[in-house]
Design a protein around this ligand. Sequence first.
Ligand code: AMP
Ligand code: ZN
Length: 476
Amino acid sequence: MYLYNSLSHEKEPFVPYVEGKVGIYTCGPTVYHYAHIGNLRTYIMEDILDRYLRYAGYEVTRVMNITDVGHLTSDADAGEDKMLKGARREHKTVMEIAKFYTDAFFADCEKLHIRTPDVIQPATGCIDDFIRVISSLLEKGYAYEAGGNIYFDTSKLDKYYVFHGFREEDLAVGVREGVEADGNKRNQADFVLWFTKSKFDSQELKWDSPWGVGYPGWHIECSCISMKYLGEHLDIHCGGIDNAFPHHTNEIAQSEAYLGHEWCKYWMHVLHLNTASGKMSKSKGEFLTLSLLESKGYSPMEYRFFCLGSHYRKSLVFTYENLENAASAYRKLIAKIALLAPRAGESFDEVGAEPLRRAFRDALDNDLNTSLAVTVLYDVLKAPVNDTTKEKLLSEFDTVLALGLLSEAEKLRQEKETAPAAAGDLSAAEIEAMIAARADAKKQKNYAEADRIRAELSAHGVVLTDTPTGTTYRVQ
Ligand code: AMP
Ligand code: ZN
């Protein structure tokens, strides 16, 4: 398997520290608000990595933190704690906010078939670990106290900007916000490990420490939580591209200074989902959540399908038109799967399955090319193998893609059986397939064919209604 490594800026063969075992660390959500669909794109693509490594036979341990303290409104140690802002917005305590949005996040993940990580660790549960590592960094001379805060001294490193090579606009989060310089810092790039003094004295959660009552900086949590559960050598660290700097850069600085050796081998960064007008935001414009998409008639699986249609290392523009295209392709795929009719006694065709399995693995082995892996699903449907083989292969590939292929197809079949929609000799799956073929014809501006399909359906008593989110039908 080849994975693009943000550290080397190259696709590298994936070789974990220990043969057959993989440790993955994922930066978890800051639980001050709902996740937007951009955040969820990152978690979907990381889920593909997790699932594919398992499919490929690795024993995977995936750890995720929950940021419930220390992430300030600017990634460059300035501003107010995001959690406090969320609590004030909703007249609740920080812990109430954290619980509510952590639950909301995992509810979204479940709907999107994102596997629950093996370890989920809120930052507030590891304060002693943070204090231990910060103390050691002070002892080793990598950290200093100034103005009541503890800072990491980036001038002690041979190389601090390890991710250089990214495009400025992808990296610039912490820099671009015009943050007021902190006079306590010896070097501009230094960052806070522990705050006891901040302009925002209203910080709700504070802990005793050798340096006074205070709270941890954002970056230290990920280093400590990763080392606590995955040891001194981490195979893959994931996150959205905005995390590369300063967050991941600072994680590497403090982890390697603490350990005295290389810490993490592979860095996987998911590029952003943007709106047509630019950066996705929780405060400006329409706050795009999974629930909002659902309220507009799109299912979580349709959103997942939309995400898998493009490579994780390309930024992706979200428009309802793009989503609609993906959703209609997904419905069509499910309608085709629903037409499969495995016969009793049919056996699995190992020989026929082999090139399909190879194509699927080749796609994902090549830095998780999900859109190519999705095309293999269509190859399966067209392949000269029996329906038992097709269903089994789709089910196998769906352990990675997690698109609910067989369960959604079964739902469609059931709808046909229970709905009063029985249209003479046409099944619900056949009707859906014809509706999808008509949508295709319309897209190719073949209106004659689209009209012919509508007329054919009408002859079976099926009346179509076109809506902004797709075509519905009723049977007369
Ligand atoms: P946060 O809750 O802000 O800590 O972010 C959670 C995850 O979403 C992090 O891995 C971010 O890098 C990622 N992320 C933030 N914005 C976007 C976006 N527009 N598209 C994709 N991922 C994002
Ligand atoms: Zn992190």
